[in-house]
Ligand binder design. Structure first.
Ligand SMILES: [Zn+2]
Ligand SMILES: [Zn+2]
Length: 779
């Protein structure tokens, strides 16, 4: 069937973009026909009746397959946004609850808002005699808690509450654990990096406690599309043989995808028109043309500015339209959210501009267009945001690129980008500090002995011995096999472990204007992120640090509305502690191991938000801090470097190479460049040669450097492409400059990095002779 393209409300806008080159690439997907099937006849009759009652006569094929899979073993479902994923875990769970009056289920959600949405969805089945869902989180009134523990048969909670409230008090939850039939982990892709490494340990503790009460619950996971769903499920739970359900049987709308790059304003400096300005034009046009639009941005301030730009533009022409645009941010009450969702669904609101508060599965009905401003960090979340577009069988998904290195890299590789496989979600449940903190929590929940290896892994005893020598655990005398109990029986270690930070040592961030505790930050990062004078971003809002109190581990901050941001100037040293792996590749010796990173924050620079111009440099007087983590490093031949890039350019070449590698590392490991650190030096005392280090930015490491070590060749090729293709002359924020460089981007040699990486790639292709290299002196 031929579809008239001009019939789409956004056709004129796209045509303009094609003509002036801002529309870099477009693609059309779908429509796809859905595959429907009958619900399995084996489902409990009451559940089948309930399905008919809410008007569901047939299931999508993936829902039916998920039910059968869940009957057989652990399962993970990764079909698209709005494909009815929650049916995939709700139906098998409700089936069990209909059959067994005492059976109970636990649902884990990363946010309270999502748990509330799911509780509503469960209630809508209309099975009040069989299904009694209840939310158990920090907001649950004390007086309601005992009743929930006693009688709710679907407890919806979050990993933090499970960790600090439920597991340490398992005796109070004995009935739940004794009858625990199903554990649902929705939005599983969120559990990656530091948070994921913690949650993986919490899930192991959960399985261990359930086993102590004689149950072995069935795990059903749901996730956005990621590269390694089965691996993530196994790492998160410690279970094996997950069945993967990824064939989507829901009908896909016909969706047009557009990559939009603001025009260059100064080619040599790499400067472009602002992404915000472009986005406001796009949204204004869409609203005027009657398309219901959602727009995603990272920062709350950006959301506010963009909303104002759009409202002002519309008000000039039609004040009525201006009133139909709203901003939406984290921190809204459920009631405010409901109201906004309803206004969207009714069509009263034509555009909503939001931070990623709306990214995770919340039900806002169908929309015509989704506009994502600047790269949200992963292709997986970009796709999820785009997935919002598609009403009446057609939709528009736009990505407006920013000036960051990855944004511009994608604009130069739009086809790769559109076909790009989503990233792998990485977590490391054995990351040492994280693992040990949970081992101590587990010991408080019950003595640890050999049979716990099934849940805690084969190396538990080595870690227990470390905790014994630090005085936190003690070995019970007179037992045949080693059994460990806490030294301080009355302690409550879970209260000291935040699931959002890699090390137990944290700084509290307190808003002095309200007294509110905004959050915590790892001690290892405190000096560089919350030094006095720093501008600190929390949930998209800016704060200025008034004081960093090193003794009480507190940063006092106040809301900030000035027009500058800050960048710390640091001196960093890395010491190689232990070599774990090594290989020869691309003409260099590539190593992976443990390093100790010592940072001294010397000063900070203030820069104007509008044009990044330097305001001033303010010195600080802070002691050095260090943490141990995992790193890859490689040595280059000093003589070769001198010959090819000259002595003066050597450090700038190494430094720019390091920046380019860090910029593209998120392409292979699902992380943020802020999770990664780097160091380049003309001479490292342990390797005896010019050396580049790339390390995990979190104490203990969470698997990022390991992934980079394994896929180093890809990393170097992407870094070279990033540099060679950038149109700037001497390096810009879209290639070798880094927004988090501790040396404030000095010295940097784009040309030198290019030569260095080209030599490495050529050596890897067999084009260059094996270089004579100096023996390295690694311990
Ligand atoms: Zn550039
Ligand atoms: Zn740097």
């Amino acid at each position: 069937m031929a579809i008239d393209l001009t019939a789409e409300p956004w056709s004129p806008l796209l045509q303009e973009g094609r003509e002036d080159g801002r529309l870099v690439r477009e693609a059309v997907h779908g429509p796809g026909r859905g595959a429907c099937t009958d619900a399995p006849a084996e489902l409990h009759p009451e559940l089948l009746g309930a399905l008919h009652g809410i008007g569901i006569e047939q299931l999508y094929s993936h829902q039916e397959r998920a039910i059968h899979a869940a009957w057989a073993g652990p399962v993970i479902v990764t079909t698209g946004t709005a494909s009815g994923k929650s049916m995939c875990f709700n139906l098998p769970t409700l089936d069990v609850l209909c059959r067994q009056a005492r059976a109970r289920a636990l649902y884990l959600y990363p946010t309270k808002a999502l748990a509330q949405d799911q509780a509503r969805a469960l209630a809508s089945f209309g099975l009040p005699r069989r299904v009694r869902p209840a939310i158990y989180d920090g907001d649950t009134p004390r007086e309601a808690r005992a009743e929930i523990r006693r009688s709710s048969n679907i407890v919806l909670t979050n990993p933090d509450m499970l960790h600090v409230g439920v597991l340490p008090n398992h005796a109070a939850w004995a009935d739940l654990f004794s009858n625990l039939a199903v554990v649902v982990i929705d939005e599983a892709h969120v559990y990656r990096g530091v948070f994921g490494s913690h949650v993986a340990n919490v899930i192991r503790r959960l399985r261990r406690i359930a086993a102590a009460y004689g149950t072995e619950p069935r795990f059903i996971l749901a996730s956005a599309t990621i590269a390694n769903p089965a691996e993530l499920a196994e790492r998160l739970t410690g279970l094996e043989d997950f069945q993967l359900i990824d064939q989507d049987g829901s009908p896909a709308p016909r969706r047009r995808t557009a990559i939009w790059n603001p025009p260059l304003t100064d080619e040599a400096a790499g400067a472009r028109a602002s992404a915000l300005g472009e986005a406001s034009q796009i949204i204004t046009r869409l609203v005027r043309d009657g398309a219901r639009t959602i727009c995603f941005m990272k920062s709350r301030k950006g959301v506010e500015v963009l909303c104002r730009l759009v409202t002002d533009a519309l008000a000039a022409e039609d004040p009525e339209l201006a009133g139909r645009v709203a901003a939406y941010r984290a921190g809204y009450t459920p009631q405010q959210r409901r109201e906004l969702e309803a206004r969207l669904t009714r069509g009263e609101l034509l555009a909503v501009i939001t931070t990623d508060a709306l990214e995770l599965g919340i039900d806002i009905g169908e929309l015509d267009a989704s506009v994502v401003v600047t790269f949200p960090g992963t292709v997986a979340s970009l796709r999820q945001m785009w997935g919002r577009a598609g009403r009446r069988g057609r939709g528009l998904a736009v990505y407006v690129a920013g000036e960051d290195a990855l944004d511009q890299f994608f604009c130069r590789h739009p086809d790769d980008f559109l076909d790009r496989p989503v990233e792998a979600a990485i977590l490391d449940h054995e990351s040492e500090l994280i693992y040990r903190s949970h081992l101590l929590c587990a010991a408080h929940e019950g003595p640890i002995s050999a049979e716990d290896a099934e849940f805690l892994g084969p190396r538990w005893q080595a870690h227990a011995e470390v905790l014994e020598s630090s005085g936190e655990l003690r070995r019970r005398p007179g037992m045949a096999s080693a059994t460990y109990v806490p030294r301080n029986e009355g302690g409550y270690p879970a209260a000291d472990v935040s699931l959002r930070s890699a090390s137990p040592e944290t700084y509290a961030i307190v808003d002095v204007s309200s007294g509110e505790l905004l959050g915590t930050t790892e001690a290892a990062r405190a000096h560089s992120t919350v030094h006095s004078g720093a501008i600190y971003l929390h949930q998209g809002r800016s704060y200025e640090v008034r004081e960093l109190d090193l003794d009480s581990h507190r940063a006092l901050v106040a809301p900030f509305s000035g027009d500058w941001y800050t960048q710390p100037k640091r001196e960093t040293d890395t010491e190689i502690v232990r070599l774990l792996d090594r290989r020869e590749t691309l003409g260099v010796t590539l190593s992976f191991g443990e390093v100790s990173v010592t940072d001294t924050v010397l000063a900070y620079q203030r820069r104007r938000l509008s044009d990044h111009a330097r305001v001033d440099l303010v010195s600080l007087d802070l002691p050095p801090t260090s943490f141990s983590t995992q790193a890859l490093w490689f040595e280059l031949d000093a003589q070769e470097l001198t010959d090819s890039v000259s002595t003066e350019m050597m450090l700038g070449s190494l430094h720019a190479t390091e920046h380019a590698q860090i910029a593209v590392l998120p392409l292979i490991a699902m992380c943020d460049r802020w999770d990664i650190g780097g160091l380049s030096t003309n001479y490292h005392p342990q390797t005896g040669a010019p050396t580049i280090f790339v390390y995990d930015g979190h104490p203990g490491g969470i698997g990022i450097a390991r992934t980079a070590f394994q896929r180093f060749e890809e990393l170097c090729r992407d870094a070279l492409a990033l540099i060679t293709e950038c149109p700037c002359s001497d390096g810009c924020p879209s290639c070798v400059q880094s927004p988090k460089c501790g040396n404030l981007n000095e010295p940097l040699s784009k040309a030198g990095a290019r030569v260095t990486l080209e030599r490495m790639i050529a050596a890897g292709d067999g084009g260059a002779p094996a270089a004579l290299r100096k023996p390295s002196a690694v311990v």
